[in-house]
Design a protein. Structure first.
Length: 301
C-alpha cells in the first residue's frame, strides 16, 4: 500500500512553527537550524499541494488550509509523542504526574490527598509546576486541573470533567453572623475583593436579586488565602468559591453570611488529552476526584 502521509520531521516542524509563529523559534525548540525548518515546511507544502503559512510582518501565520490541517493532525502528533516518551522512559503504569492550579491545590486537593494515598497505596503522585498558559499537551504530564467553563475546552483534543468551583458564597466572621440577615446588611460592611476576580461581588448580588450602587472595595487581595485572613481579622466581608474555604468553614473560623449560593460559569476541571492511551493510575485518580467533588448524600469533608 502506498503511504500518503509526510515524514514526522516535517510534521513536527510544521506543528511547532504553527504554535510559535516564528521559524527561528521553532528551530531553537527542535534544536535544528532555521533553514532546516524552512525546508521541511516547503517539502510538506509541496507534498500537500497547498500553502500552509503566509508571511505577516515578522510572523509566519497559518493560512486557513494550514489551520485546518493542524487541527486534523495535532492530536495524532501529541499521541505519538506521549507514547514514545512513555516507552523511552519506561514509566511505571502506577505513576501519575499532574499539574494543579495552586489555589485549588492548597485549599481543596491537599487536605484530601491522604485519603487517596490510603485507598491507592500503589500509585505514586508527582506534581508538575503550574503554568498559566499551558497548552495541556506536555507528554510528561498525565492530567491537569485548570480553571475554565463548559464548552471552553476543545472537545477533539481535551477530555474535561467538572470538579468544583461553581458555588459562590458570601463569608464573614462567625461573630458577625447575627448582624447579617439580608444582602443589604452585607453591603453595610466593608467589601473585600479578589484582585483577579473583581466581578464576584456583582455576580453574587445579581444572583440574589439585590440592587446596589457602585461597589468600591475597602481592600483587594491577590489570593484567596489573604482574602480569607482579612475576613477573619475583621477587615470586612467577601464572596468566594465555596470549595476554597471548606477548612475554614469546618473549623468555624468563618461563616456563610447569607445562605444563598450563586452559580458561576467559571469552575475547576480535570483535563487530559483525549487521544492518549488509557493510564490505569489516571483512571483511579479521576474516579477518586469525582467522588471527592460530588460525594453521595451523607458524606462529609
Amino acid at each position: 500500500m502506498r503511504i500518503h502521509s509526510p515524514s514526522l520531521s516535517e510534521l513536527h516542524a510544521f506543528a511547532v512553527a504553527a504554535r510559535l509563529g516564528h521559524f527561528s523559534q521553532a528551530a531553537e525548540e527542535l534544536a535544528v537550524t532555521q533553514g532546516a525548518i524552512s525546508r521541511a515546511i516547503a517539502r510538506l507544502e509541496e507534498h500537500l499541494g497547498i500553502a500552509l503559512f503566509a508571511r505577516e510582518g515578522r510572523y509566519n501565520v497559518l493560512t486557513r488550509a494550514g489551520a485546518d490541517y493542524l487541527q486534523a493532525i495535532g492530536p495524532s502528533i501529541a499521541t505519538i509523542e506521549s507514547a514514545t516518551l512513555a516507552v523511552r522512559t519506561r514509566r511505571d503504569a502506577r505513576q501519575l504526574r499532574v499539574s494543579v492550579t495552586p489555589t485549588l491545590f492548597s485549599h481543596w486537593l491537599i487536605p484530601r490527598l491522604p485519603d487517596f494515598s490510603a485507598r491507592h497505596p500503589g500509585i505514586g503522585l508527582s506534581f508538575a509546576p503550574y503554568r498559566r498558559d499551558d497548552p495541556l499537551t506536555a507528554p510528561d504530564i498525565d492530567a491537569w486541573i485548570r480553571t475554565g467553563e463548559d464548552g471552553s475546552w476543545p472537545e477533539a483534543t481535551i477530555a474535561a470533567d467538572y470538579l468544583v468551583g461553581r458555588e459562590l458564597v458570601p463569608i464573614c466572621r462567625t461573630e458577625d453572623l447575627e448582624a447579617i440577615r439580608s444582602p443589604a446588611d452585607l453591603l453595610r460592611n466593608p467589601l473585600l475583593f479578589h484582585t483577579n476576580y473583581p466581578g464576584n461581588w456583582e455576580s453574587w448580588l445579581a444572583g440574589v436579586g439585590c440592587s446596589h450602587g457602585p461597589l468600591r472595595p475597602a481592600a483587594d487581595f491577590e489570593s484567596v488565602a489573604l482574602l480569607v485572613q482579612a475576613v477573619i481579622a475583621g477587615l470586612g466581608v467577601a464572596v468566594v468559591q465555596r470549595c476554597l474555604v471548606e477548612p475554614e468553614l469546618a473549623t468555624g473560623r468563618i461563616g456563610i453570611a447569607i445562605d444563598h449560593t450563586v452559580l458561576l460559569q467559571r469552575a475547576y476541571y480535570l483535563c487530559r488529552p483525549s487521544m492518549r492511551p488509557a493510564n490505569p493510575a489516571l483512571t483511579d485518580f479521576r474516579q477518586w476526584l469525582l467522588e471527592q467533588a460530588h460525594p453521595v448524600e451523607g458524606d462529609a469533608f
